[in-house]
Design a protein around this ligand. Sequence first.
Ligand SMILES: Cc1ncc(COP(=O)(O)O)c(C=O)c1O
Length: 487
Amino acid sequence: MTQRTLAESLAAYADSDYYPFHMPGHKRRLTETLPDFPEALQRAARLDITEIDGFDNLHDPEGILKDAEEKAAALYGADRCYYSVNGSTAGLLTAISAAVPEGGKLILARNCHKAVYHSIYLRRLMPVYLYPDIVPGTSLAGTLTKEQIEAALIQNPDASAVLLTSPTYDGITADIASIAETVHRFGKTLIVDAAHGAHFGFHPGFPKSPVALGADLTIVSLHKTMPCLTQTALLLQKGSRVSTERLRLFEGIYQTSSPSYLMMAAMDSCMDMVKKHGAGLWDSFFTERERFLERCSSLKRLQVLTDGTKWSRKMTSETGFLMDSGKILSETSKTCLTGKRFYDILLKQYHLQMEMAAGNYVTAIMTCCDTADGWQRLWDALKEIDDFCVAADEPVQENRKLLAYPVLKQQISLTDALDASKAQVPLTEAAGQTAGTFINLYPPGIPIVAPGEQITQEAVDVITRYRQMSLPVQGVDHDAITILKLC
Ligand SMILES: Cc1ncc(COP(=O)(O)O)c(C=O)c1O
């Protein structure tokens, strides 16, 4: 007899005569008790339980969740998998806390997600930042190279781990195999934030998964690029450089004690789909994508940046980075449009909701769930806007390229800086002060200034320049920034 899946077990429980004297308070019976509750939510509530008899315990899995985690681990080629119902955020907090002792040193890419900075804060870590170069001829931040990491490991023999983002939000992927070999030669742990790469390794058209390339801990958000519910992610472990007990400890600290079985059933069903269909799940994705790219090669002003284009071949040969086929970046630097204006046109005139707008590009996330109609609508819009740009022949937009990130001196620790008393100063008077908060250009989300760092005139100039370009700078409020209060 085949075992029930998690989703089938939930459906069977919903249909059973067990009376729920347990959480959640909706008792799975919203239809009868609260008919005004929206219908879609009523259907979800039927399957919405947390840990009860016959199911399992996320923080000490022994039954159905243990099987589900093992299934996911096997599909990614990992030795162990830890479900996260709090996204890659909890996966990153867990991985870093388990791999680096409190107060320890972490070598990390400066373009890491804020969850990484939050772990530095919570565990009082000493960060060693490595700055990714900007991809030549673009406004895209790259990722780290083996050489950068090797140099940092030589200079910081007391570091416990190296952490980088691959793929980045833009889909740029590092040479994880060489980086893993380097990190392991120094006896350290490699953590890869692959939140945007949950689909990697499942089709030959995508880069390989960091798990297969030697990362010790890889974090993937199923909800970002796979058919799964929001908040679902996996922490995947290869080898035993990091203690499994510590991973379980921190996974339990950073996640709720009432995990949603709805989310976990979605994760299990997502893994079942991959197991059943394998690469075939992406057949129509690659067919549609090829047709789309062929059409895009006729665009005159807009440029599409993704894997399989002339641009990506050049980018890979110059930098060694690969590009994710699931990210479609439409670039506007040869048009009169800024990225934001282009984004607004796509949204308002074409009802196309993009993932994000940057200074001179917009990003679309494409997955195996995209329809032929979706690809067609994106192409139709790009073609019309491109034609408009050619006909209008307006001056090309002002240069919105990324500036070099200033390298700043850490005056006091990030944790001490975030906990200290703060004051506000006008940005124009900030040089020489110690930062009390993050100042980010978002996207790409690389802090120009991190808490505890000494603000230089160069940093003020970079922030001012971005603000003059109307790019989204976080951490500046009414021309003022937060610094540490002098006692
Ligand atoms: C690179 C990167 N890492 C981690 C995260 C956090 O992922 P989640 O939203 O699944 O918690 C994000 C979110 O956008 C991200 O872009």
